[in-house]
Structures are given as C-alpha cells and as structure tokens.
Write a protein that binds this ligand. Structure first.
Ligand code: ADP
Length: 369
C-alpha cells in the first residue's frame, strides 16, 4: 500500500496545451479513487503522471512521503491496466500471467505458485492453457488485471479498464475489481468517464472538467447529496439533476411563470437579490405528496419511459419560449398519461439553489439524507 500526495501539480504538453491545472490531493493507504469526467478533461494525463509516463510540468508529487517527480516508473511500485487488454496473442493465459515474472528471472516454482494463486482469485484456473482469442472480453480483461495483480505492487492504476466490455460484463467486473481491491488492498486510481462506475466503486471520486480543472473531491455520498457546483450536480446522477433558471426578486426565484420562495431554504437570501440563480432537484427526489415541507410544482407530461422498476417522465414546466424541460422518476404504477398535467412536490430537504454566475451552490441549513 502507498500514500500519494499531489501539490499544485500541472501538466503543460510540449505543444503548449495545459491539460491539468493545480491538482491537489492526498490519497490514503489502500484508498480506491476514481478520476471521472468527460473525454479530454485530463484523467489519463493525471494517471500517466502518477505512472511516470508523463513528466510533471510543475508542482510536486510524493509517494509515501518521497518526492517522486523524477522517480523512474520502475521504482514507483505501480502496475497499470489499460482499456485495450494488451495481451500477447501468441501466449497462453498462463504465459501471459507469467510474462513479467519470467522477464525478472524469478524461479519457475515461484512463478507457478503465483500464477495459480492469481488465477484462483480471478476465476481463470480452467483457462490457463487457452490463448486470448479463445476467451470472452470479460475473461481477457481479467487476465489483464491478473498481469497487474501478480506483481506485488503498492499502487494500481486503471485506465477505463471496462470500456470494451458489454453492459452486463461491466457490472460483473465492477464488483470483481472491488473485491480484488478489498483482498489485495493496493491503493488504486481508476479512470472512467462513467459516473455510475465511479459512484459504485470508489471510496472517493475526483470530478474533473474539460481543461483539466478539478471540480470536487469527495465520497460518492458527498458528491451526490452535496455537490459544490452546477457542473458536479449535473454530472453525478442519472438521469441528471433538473435545473430551473431564473432571477431572484424579493427573495423569490422568478422563472418560467413560476415563483419559488427561496427564503425557507437559503441561509442569506438577500445576498442573491437581483441575481440570476438556479433552483434544482433530482428526478428521483420528487413525490406526489408529502407531509414534509415542500415546493409544489406543476408540469405537463411530454413522454414517459417505463424501465420496469421506475418510469422516467419527460415533462415541461411553463409555456412556449419559457418552457423548461425536466425529467422525473415515478413509481411505474403511477405512470401519468402523455399530454396530461402532472403535479408533484419537491421536499425542501431535496432542493438546491446555485448562483448562476459563479455556478457555486448557495449555502443552506438543510441536512440531506
Ligand atoms: P481524458 O483521459 O480525460 O480523456 P487526456 O488526459 O487523455 O484526457 O487528455 C487531456 C487533454 O490533453 C486532451 O485535450 C488531449 O487532447 C490533450 N493531450 C493528450 N496528450 C497530449 C499530447 N501528447 N500533446 C498535446 N496534447 C495532449
């Protein structure tokens, strides 16, 4: 296991592109961290700097308290799993797993023992004599993880390891990787653009935005219930959070012929006076009615999508050019008719307000659960 520390780490590529801005983070022994964000936001660049495959342009990067900016990849105690499994097609699963150890000149007996132990963890024991072409995508990915796992390392780096798998295999491998992490305990940094993957696997998540800017670092719970800004609020959660934009007048957000009284939830509503703001709530936070304190909203159903356990309702609030599109999750037994009026409530405890100019969340007294 290893501790990592980033102090104002920046990456500027030789062509002048500034891919990572002031990355600051402390990662504890054995933590599972996901870097998540849209394509091009600097996730792989960050991972490659940890691996020593890219130079750090400025700032400091420490492994277990040792400055590692100039440390060679070999000395960092890392193993990396890529999106493309990069297996040797002419070698069997056994030989693929053993490859790195053979190169290091380790005794055949020791290799045999390690290959068998690794194969057992990954459920590959029956496939050791097969060639990669005779394996499914999920099995290939397991071999790739196995090749990293077999080398006793302190840090695991994974770059979109599941993106070549189909949806079902991804779900299976997600829990397998978590279980492996639990049993091996190596500090793991995992890159993905898939927020569900990040939410289900991580101890903590780093949300990055294009241009290489870190937006928020926190546990899945913190990011879901306490997003710091509009970007994180919109990125985490599926379907995404609903945003109703308007202007604050007399403590009320005026938008799309709606008036939402912000005073009951916002700490200092006078600070918002005259400003553009965003009222927000998650699709799954709505209720048909409630004894809690709530905002009452009315919408028109445009389309419904029955998913089985839930129905997604695509609706609009307001009229014509003022119309706002929203998505609501409802119990499938209460699926409304398309074209119908649909009234619902949003509990204060599930309501958010953002400053539209800065994008930052506005402070409230609400305890969310
Ligand atoms: P992500 O992993 O989040 O998709 P990357 O870290 O791969 O993003 O890339 C971040 C940005 O840096 C992208 O805009 C990409 O085009 C740019 N980039 C990556 N590698 C290089 C390079 N060698 N030279 C210049 N720009 C690069």
């Amino acid at each position: 296991m290893a501790k990592l520390l980033f102090k104002d780490v920046n990456k500027v590529y030789p062509n002048g592109y500034h891919a990572v801005h002031d990355f600051n983070m402390e990662i504890g022994d054995g933590e599972f961290i996901c870097l998540v964000g849209d394509s091009g936001c600097g996730k792989s660049t960050t991972l490659r700097m940890i691996a020593g495959l890219e130079d750090i342009t400025s700032g400091e990067f420490y492994i277990d308290g040792k400055l590692a900016n100039q440390m060679s990849s070999r000395d960092r105690g890392i193993a990396m799993v890529f999106q493309s499994y990069a297996l040797y097609p002419h070698l069997t699963v056994y030989e693929n797993l053993a490859f790195g150890l053979t190169l290091e000149g380790i005794d055949a007996d020791v290799i045999e023992e390690k290959v068998q132990a690794t194969a057992k963890i990954l459920g590959l024991t029956d496939y050791l004599e097969r060639f990669p072409r005779a394996l499914s995508g999920g099995q290939c990915q397991r071999v790739a993880v196995g090749r990293a796992l077999i080398r006793k390392v302190n840090i695991f780096l994974m770059d979109e390891p599941l993106s070549n798998l189909d949806a079902k295999q991804r779900v299976t491998m997600r829990s397998e990787i978590k279980q492996i992490h639990r049993s091996v305990g190596a500090t793991t940094i995992y890159v993905t653009h898939d927020q569900t993957e990040a939410m289900t696997m991580s101890d903590r998540i780093v949300v990055m935005k294009s241009g290489g800017y870190v937006q928020q670092i926190g546990t899945p719970f913190e990011l879901y219930f306490y997003p710091k800004n509009l970007f994180v609020a919109g990125f985490i959660g599926e379907p995404p959070m609903n945003f109703i934009r308007g202007t604050v007048e007399n403590g009320r957000l005026k938008a799309s012929r709606l008036e939402i009284d912000l005073a009951p939830i916002v700490k200092d509503v006078t600070a918002l006076e005259g400003k553009k703001a965003v009222f927000a709530f998650r699709p799954e936070a709505i209720k048909l009615n409630s004894t809690e304190k709530c905002y009452k909203l009315s919408s028109k159903v445009e389309l419904t999508e029955l998913l089985g356990d839930t129905t997604n309702v695509y609706a609009t609030i307001g009229e014509e050019e003022d119309r706002v599109n929203i998505i609501l999750k409802v119990n499938p037994h209460h699926t409304p008719e398309m074209g119908a009026k649909f009234d619902f409530v949003v509990p204060y405890t599930s309501s958010y307000v953002f400053d539209a100019e800065t994008g930052l969340v506005v402070e409230t007294d609400i305890v969310r659960h």
